[in-house]
Design a binder for this molecule. Structure first.
Ligand code: ATP
Length: 549
């Protein structure tokens, strides 16, 4: 992972936001190559899900033909949206605070392990040395957790590094939320010097707040959206009434979302500002299970087709106890990011069957997610806790004349997590011959040509004999179609290496043969195979190779 992070910075994929001021935790900027990569991910998604969707026939696996359309909503919406969606009351993570360091941690992200401290001289929470048979819970939030847990245990128990074998670990590494809070007096918080400084876990709302207008009072308080989905629900009726789409229909949106994550980490994986690619798919309740299965499989295949084809990508169905009770199915598409411990996966996309929870909440008032059947949640005064819009968001099928509240399937993907997974998957070290024919280690980003930031690079072999002129013309012709790069500096081998690191799938070299016979060398980034093709065919050939399936 460290190698990838350093390559991302060096080659301009990703920079820390506001880096010259020391950076801002949880915020990332995409550099010249990164912006193209992420844009390609979003464009591929929009094209495959929305613009290229064939609404005339049922695609493979779909219960019927369906419509797809798009939307672009504001980041700040009426505060009632978040009250009825449940985010105002429930969009919280549990945090634990360390009384000593004043640092806050996400409860389920603190990793910890018990170590036996029997007979050790330990500084107690009252700062006295106690010598008693006891166990200590060593905690960390560092990425190199095994190393960090050991270092902290050695320090606490005053064991020298060379005697590390004498540490008596008790059980595996677990997350803090699986430990009884009664044992917190034995826990050494991640940045504490002595045990017993964790407070009781408590909820922390992740929505960023701001004020709309000049007066900063409760009435003007607004929220930066923590997901793009709600903009779609509140516009459902507008879309149906203003276009010719009919249920079943998917409404798609790509846009920024904001979450004040307690512990942003793992590069862009957990950021405070990120982009989502979400579809709300509205269908008849009786068809919803079939549609849920369709979207679950369709979305998995989409990521596979984009280059995440290996074993690192999995589709995981939630167990019944993980489901919100109104959901009859949720699956996550997960990727084995290299910063996660062996065998663990991180969510790229969630596909959820949400029933009619959202549309009904925006009509009637926030529903109580624990009621069954779902009923409006009441406040202490017996009135709805959060009043709905009162608008009719039901749908009338003009063929059957049936009126119903559509059920919703929600495939919700992260553009940043997707881009990060593609970066991780692409990073490869192999060997390739240098200019003298000697095998050298090379770093190559094996992106699927469809998402590669630069599609082709053009090199004149030497800067004379008419080669640069031909190469520049070729470069200009390619640039009209897609991002291309022109490079005439240094040995050709070095130029290839620079493009390998950028993930450019094809390099074209103009040489003496080009001048004489009108052919160029096309070199394939992955196979290193070089073929000669006609100069006049290059643009068409590259276009054919980089166009998606
Ligand atoms: P997690 O459990 O990892 O916090 P989540 O289940 O809350 O994620 P969702 O609310 O389902 O995530 O959001 C849908 C998608 O948005 C996720 O699959 C992920 O790709 C993306 N996403 C969510 N939170 C973040 C974040 N903090 N940084 C980057 N992407 C995110």
């Amino acid at each position: 992972m460290e190698k990838l992070v350093s390559l991302c910075r060096r080659r301009g994929f990703l920079f820390q936001s506001s880096e010259i001021y020391g950076g801002l935790n949880g915020f990332w900027d995409y550099g010249p190559l990164g912006v193209e990569l992420k844009r390609n991910v979003k464009d591929a998604w929009w094209r495959d899900m929305v613009t290229a969707h064939d609404d005339l026939d049922a695609p493979p696996g779909a219960p019927s033909a369906y419509d797809m359309t798009g939307l672009d909503c504001t980041i700040i919406m009426h505060p009632q949206v978040w009250k009825c969606s449940g985010h105002f009351d429930l969009f919280a993570d549990m945090l634990v605070e360390c009384k000593e360091s004043k640092k806050r941690y996400r409860y389920d992200q603190v990793r910890c392990r018990w170590v036996d401290g029997t007979g050790m001289q330990i500084p107690g929470s009252d700062n006295q040395y106690a010598s008693q048979p006891t166990r200590y819970l060593i905690t960390t939030v560092a990425e190199n957790e095994a190393e960090e847990l050991e270092k902290r245990a050695l320090k606490l128990l005053k064991v020298r590094a060379k005697d590390r074998e004498s540490l008596k670990w008790d059980g595996p590494v677990v997350t803090l939320d699986t430990v009884d809070t009664a044992d917190f007096d034995k826990a050494l918080a991640p940045e504490a010097t002595k045990p017993g400084t964790f407070g009781e876990p408590r909820p922390f709302n992740l929505m960023f707040e701001s004020y709309a207008g000049a007066i900063q009072d409760e009435k003007n308080k607004v929220f930066l959206r923590p997901e793009t989905a709600q903009g779609i629900f509140v516009n459902f009726k507008n879309v149906i009434d203003s276009s010719r789409v009919k249920v079943p229909v998917g409404i798609a949106q790509i846009g920024k979302s904001f979450r004040n994550e307690i512990t942003p980490r793992n590069f862009t994986f957990r950021s405070r500002e990120f982009e989502q690619m979400e579809i709300e798919f509205f269908c008849h309740p009786s068809q919803s299970q079939a549609w849920y299965k369709y979207w679950r499989d369709r979305r998995m295949k989409w990521w596979q087709d984009l280059g995440l084809a290996g074993e690192r990508l999995i589709l995981r169905d939630h167990d019944a106890d993980e489901l919100s009770h109104y959901s009859t199915g949720t699956a996550d598409i997960e990727y084995a990011f290299p910063f996660l411990p062996e065998g663990e996966y991180g969510e790229l996309e969630g596909i959820a069957h949400r029933g009619d929870f959202d549309l009904r909440s925006h009509m009637e008032g926030k529903l109580d997610p624990n009621s069954n059947p779902l009923t409006v949640q009441l406040g202490e005064d017996g009135k709805p806790l959060h009043k709905g819009s009162g608008r009719d968001l039901t749908y009338r099928d003009d063929v059957t004349n049936e009126r119903f509240t559509p059920h919703v399937i929600e495939p919700s993907a992260g553009a940043d997590r997707g881009t990060l997974a593609l970066l991780c998957e692409a990073y490869t070290e192999d060997t390739a011959p240098d200019d003298k024919g000697k095998e050298q280690t090379r770093v190559v980003m094996k992106f699927h040509p469809r998402v590669a930031p630069i599609k082709a690079a053009v090199f004149p072999l030497v800067k004379k004999d008419g080669m640069p002129e031909i190469a520049k013309d070729l470069y200009r012709a390619l640039k009209k179609k897609f991002p291309a790069f022109y490079d005439e500096k240094g040995a050709v081998g070095r130029r290839y290496r620079r493009q390998d690191e950028a993930g450019t799938p094809y390099c074209l070299t103009v040489d003496g043969e080009t001048v004489q016979h009108g052919t160029v060398t096309l070199r394939d980034r992955d196979s290193l195979e070089q073929v000669r093709i006609k100069l006049d065919d290059v643009v068409e050939e590259i276009e054919r190779r980089v166009t998606g399936p």
